[in-house]
Design a protein around this ligand. Structure first.
Ligand code: AHR
Length: 639
């Protein structure tokens, strides 16, 4: 039986307990993913400056041009040339990142445009819209009058494209069309088109992906990396102030994982998204080390420290008495952002010898200046006693199950711990010493989700030291993948929620704020014999549990994970409540007798596993439950 003591409470559980990571660029998760921009290579930056994704139709041709650029950040533009008066509708197209999925709704499009010299558009009107890839079917259309614009000057057009025809195809194109009779050279840059976005933000997020992310109810979001913080080289690091200005002033950079990173979804967009989903950020700042293995020498660090000071002032300082705060206000955000956690670097166990001077150089200055921020180190290999440290583990199920008591066993007092990245990447337990080797998963399985949930129970039980933990990475574009498995997988039109996603969602959506004392006993030992860290404390055989309470509505939230091949029956008694009431249990499992490694939610089979919700009745705080083999269960009950 499982005894839970309503009157005997333990540590508080922070609201950050179950988080998420939003590492830009990995798996095309922002450009071509969460960032709702539909136009691929909108400023011709891909592949070192190219027309990748663009093609012409009818008469005329497209080429790259660099004379009198739109801005120093966007030095290359498209030139469309009609040498002779055209005799048919002509222009150019963009096929989106991996196609364009359109719905009957309004789209917001824009571009910078200029005509050169004597060039003219017959009738003065350009047509812009969506069609199928051959242009035979038009699904949406808008016209703009360009005759009013003096030649040779860039002009920004912004307009709406209503889509009036449905299509089930996602392989549509965006087009710009010149009427017959047009002639000359015309230039375009920053050609952009957005569907309605999450919370209707300008320059915002794709609704379905954003909603899936939000439904995890993450307490925190760690951003912008991961490796993308560091960049390939020091010059290609995340430079925060390159990501905040008008889009035409954002140069972007070579993607750390893939393609070009436009940084259209920049620092302000990222942090606004985090606010919009009700989380707080764990902001990672560059700490002088990049992926080519080069570290900034000790005597050259000051400019990089200043860069972080400017970033934190920009985000947190008052707009009235700080120039960085004033810049934030000029860019449209007067209120400071709520920054409670800042991580200095990423995975500096790869560069521990230089972290020994980089960490103190950053930390000593920053902790003085921002006393209300908790600074997180990325390793303790070469530094001592940071306030907090970020642990990363990519492993097999057995590792997470065996390490259930890992955070119980670390000596107190201890630095706080953020488990900033963890996941089962390989279901084969025999690969525990080489999890990145043979058997790497494409998608999480039920077994993966069970093992991760055991580990998460360990987080909640140790919330005196654990700030929170998150599966990593979260987002994967199925057409451009560098890392598997991931929590959420998407293409142009659909979003797959993996088994690990469903498990994390169950934990994120059901978070108590206080631990209740609980012990499990069986016939071989009694309640009194259960001591901290012993069998019965958080674990009985292959059953793992944590009892918590959400005090604002007096709700028991009991999490149970069965990592056994057999169902487990248990009688629960909540001491200190006489209520008789209806409770609910949510269950995620493979199903009776099914091998839990074989059940994965995939693009082809997105609903192989789903959360089942069932009511039950408790009398005076007593009830019985069967926790299915290889399952995750969350019980909620008024107490
Ligand atoms: O999450 C994927 C990568 O794993 C992160 O970028 C990095 O921090 C870790 O090595």
């Amino acid at each position: 039986s499982l005894n839970i003591d309503n009157a005997n409470t333990g540590q508080n559980i922070p609201s950050t307990m179950h988080g998420a990571i939003l590492e830009t660029n990995i798996n095309r998760d922002d450009d071509g993913g969460l960032y709702a921009e539909l136009i691929y290579n909108r400023a011709f930056q891909e592949k070192g400056g190219s027309l990748d994704g663009w093609s012409s139709f009818g008469q005329g041709s497209i080429a790259l041009n660099t004379s009198q650029p739109l801005s120093s950040a966007l030095p290359v533009h498209l030139r469309y040339s009609l040498i002779e008066n055209s005799t048919s509708p002509s222009g150019f197209r963009n096929g989106g990142f991996y196609g364009i999925n359109i719905q009957v709704q309004n789209y917001t499009a824009s571009f910078f445009y200029r005509s050169l010299g004597e060039a003219y558009v017959a009738g003065g009107q350009l047509s812009i819209g969506f069609s199928n890839s051959t242009g035979q079917m038009t699904y949406g259309l808008s016209t703009i009058n360009v005759s009013i614009i003096p030649a040779d000057n860039w002009f920004h057009f912004s307009f709406t494209i209503p889509v009036f025809n449905n299509t089930s195809s996602v392989k549509n194109v965006f087009f710009v069309e010149f009427p017959p009779g047009s002639k000359g050279d015309f230039e375009f840059n920053l050609v952009s088109c957005f569907p309605p976005t999450y919370k209707d933000r300008v320059n915002g997020a794709r609704r379905d992906i954003a909603q899936a992310f939000a439904d995890l109810k993450p307490g925190y979001v760690r951003l912008p990396g991961g490796n993308d913080l560091e960049g390939h080289t020091i010059l290609e690091r995340f430079i925060w102030n390159n990501t905040i200005d008008l889009l035409e002033n954002r140069p972007g950079r070579r993607g750390t994982w893939t393609g070009y990173n436009t940084e259209g979804f920049g620092l302000i967009e990222l942090l606004t998204f985090v606010e919009d989903i009700g989380a707080i950020p764990v902001l990672a700042v560059y700490a002088g080390y990049s992926l080519d293995g080069k570290a900034v020498p000790q005597d050259e660090l000051q400019p990089y420290i200043n860069e972080v000071i400017n970033e934190l002032d920009f985000l947190t300082a008052s707009a009235s008495n700080n120039s960085m705060g004033a810049l934030r206000e000029r860019l449209g955000r007067s209120e400071p952002f709520d920054i409670k956690y800042v991580e200095i670097g990423n995975e500096d166990f790869f560069a521990a010898s230089s972290y020994s001077y980089r960490w103190p150089a950053f930390y000593n200055v920053l902790s003085q200046r921002y006393p209300n921020i908790t600074f997180i180190a990325t390793t303790t290999k070469s530094i001592s006693s940071p306030p907090a440290v970020d642990d990363h583990d990519y492993q097999v199920p057995l590792f997470f199950i065996q390490n259930f008591r890992r955070y119980e066993n670390i000596p107190r007092p201890s630095p706080k711990v953020l488990v900033g990245e963890f996941s089962v990447i390989n279901d084969d337990d025999s690969q525990i010493n080489n999890p990145f080797g043979a058997g790497r998963l494409d998608y999480p399985s039920i077994k993966s989700a069970v093992a991760e949930s055991v580990y998460r129970i360990g987080f909640e039980r140790n919330s005196d030291v654990i700030i929170g933990g998150c599966y990593a990475p979260v987002l994967q574009n199925i057409f451009n993948t560098q890392w598997t498995p991931n929590l959420i997988v998407f293409n142009d039109s659909s979003v797959v929620k993996s088994t690990s996603y469903l498990a994390q969602k169950m934990f994120g959506q059901n978070l108590g704020n206080i631990i209740l004392n609980s012990t499990a006993t069986n016939s071989s030992f009694t309640h009194q014999s259960v001591e901290k860290g012993q069998e019965g404390d958080g674990k009985l055989g292959n059953l793992y549990f944590v009892a918590t309470k959400r005090t604002n509505d007096s709700m028991l939230i009991l999490k149970l994970v069965n990592a056994d091949q057999n169902d487990i029956y248990i009688r629960v008694q909540v001491q200190g409540t006489t209520l008789c009431c209806e409770g609910f249990m949510e269950i995620l499992t493979a199903g009776p007798g099914v091998d839990p490694t074989t059940v994965q939610n995939t693009m082809v089979n997105p609903n192989a596993a789903s959360i089942v919700r069932r009511p039950f009745w408790s009398v005076g705080g007593a009830f019985s439950i069967t926790i299915p083999s290889w399952s995750i269960m969350v019980v909620t009950l008024p107490i």
